[in-house]
Write a protein that binds this ligand. Structure first.
Ligand SMILES: Nc1ncnc2c1ncn2[C@@H]1O[C@H](COP(=O)(O)OP(=O)(O)OP(=O)(O)O)[C@@H](O)[C@H]1O
Ligand SMILES: [Mg+2]
Length: 348
């Protein structure tokens, strides 16, 4: 057995194989701190709300955080920002640890392999991903797993471009970041991230229209479409403007990086766009129109979208973990631990 984990600014999602099916477990990467009270006690005892109590405070974590924030008139907080652990949130590490443990569960056996997504260093900010990656790695190790980071863009290629020999350009439009990876035959030849994603679109729209950012996010996720005919002057109109600006910014950076990295030209490269921010209708068409107009030294074969954009990264991490496991021949199907231990000590 092996697992995949998408560590995202907005969503933590695990994936594991059960028979022919891939099973996902998802929580919002978010929490709220409320005062302990009889009402809180009642609400917490009634359901399987993920929470932890400390003295007169309760932290509610994951999907329920927003509901409790609304009822108790408090603000949700987030352990991650712009793709990595937030330096501005003092409770980031204990909170993300609890949410992660709920999402991944106990390992099926000690040292079970788990591949977790990690962003590439951003090209447009000073942020480094090293601390984030190492912290997540040791956290998963403490939980009993054998963790291995996988680049988020590479995970997209594992998940969506298997039929194309793991060759192509994968772009994951997340909440805090956009991750880009170009791979040939499963070997990444260019990878980078951009410190902009859905959160940036929401913040800019909120500022431009004077609307609270949570409201903007709700409108965006509800039924917003990228068709440019509606709502000039309203929130949806502003969302469309910042969406298009994000796309142009990402494509401009792809063109620049491809140029700098001297990527072999004359190739036919399929492109896959995914991630929660790619969800609105019209996104793929808009991305395709804009990338075809950009001067990129290879030809774009096809721009594909995916059915479940939120799950691409977790699925890809699982594919990578399982193929590594098969290559090592340690599927843990049977009772082969002893044989393995013997093989290990023989190696020493
Ligand atoms: N139906 C939808 N329409 C528009 N946006 C959506 C929709 N569903 C989710 N999103 C947006 O997608 C983003 C979350 O996507 P995703 O889970 O891929 O990001 P993440 O992996 O948590 O973040 P990152 O990879 O940047 O760390 C948020 O900005 C969210 O508002
Ligand atoms: Mg992501």
């Amino acid at each position: 057995m092996a697992k995949g984990l998408d560590v995202g600014t907005m969503n933590l999602i695990s994936a594991q194989q059960e028979g022919a099916e891939t099973v996902f477990v998802q929580q919002r990467n978010s929490f709220v701190e409320i005062e302990y009270s009889d009402m809180a006690e009642q609400m917490l005892s009634r359901s399987d709300v993920l929470n932890i109590r400390k003295d007169d405070k309760v932290h509610v974590l994951g999907d329920d955080a927003l509901k409790f924030a609304t009822i108790f008139n408090s603000e949700t907080r987030r352990p991650m920002q712009r793709g990595i652990l937030s330096s501005e949130e003092s409770s980031a590490i204990p909170m993300i640890k609890l949410i992660t443990e709920q999402v991944v569960g106990e390992p099926n056996h000690p040292g079970e392999s788990i591949y977790f997504s990690s962003p590439a260093d951003p090209i447009d900010s000073e942020l480094s991903t090293l601390y984030h990656e190492k912290t997540m790695e040791s956290m998963l190790g403490d939980t009993g797993y054998d963790p291995e980071p996988i680049n988020e863009g590479m995970a997209v290629i594992y998940s969506e471009l298997a039929d194309n020999d793991f060759t192509g350009l994968g772009v994951s439009f997340g909440a805090g970041m956009t991750n880009v990876c170009l791979a040939y035959y499963a070997v990444p030849v260019m990878k980078f991230s951009i410190a902009r994603g859905g959160d940036w679109v929401d913040e800019q729209t909120a500022q431009a229209t004077g609307t609270p950012v949570d409201k903007v996010t709700t409108i965006k996720e509800d039924d917003f479409e990228l068709n440019f005919t509606t709502d000039v002057g309203g929130v949806e109109g502003a969302l469309a403007i910042y969406y298009e600006n994000l796309l142009d910014y990402v494509i401009k950076n792809i063109a620049r990086e491809v140029d700098e990295e001297d990527v072999e030209s004359g190739l036919d490269v399929p492109v896959v766009v995914t991630g929660g921010t790619s969800s609105p209708d019209g996104f793929d068409e808009l991305f395709e129109d804009h990338i075809r107009e950009a001067s990129i030294p290879f030809s774009i074969d096809d721009v594909g979208s995916v059915d479940e954009p939120l799950y691409s990264v977790a699925r890809g991490a699982l594919v990578a973990a399982r193929s590594e496991e098969q290559a090592n021949g340690d599927g843990h199907d049977g009772d082969d631990e002893e044989a393995e231990a013997a093989a290990d000590s023989a190696e020493d």
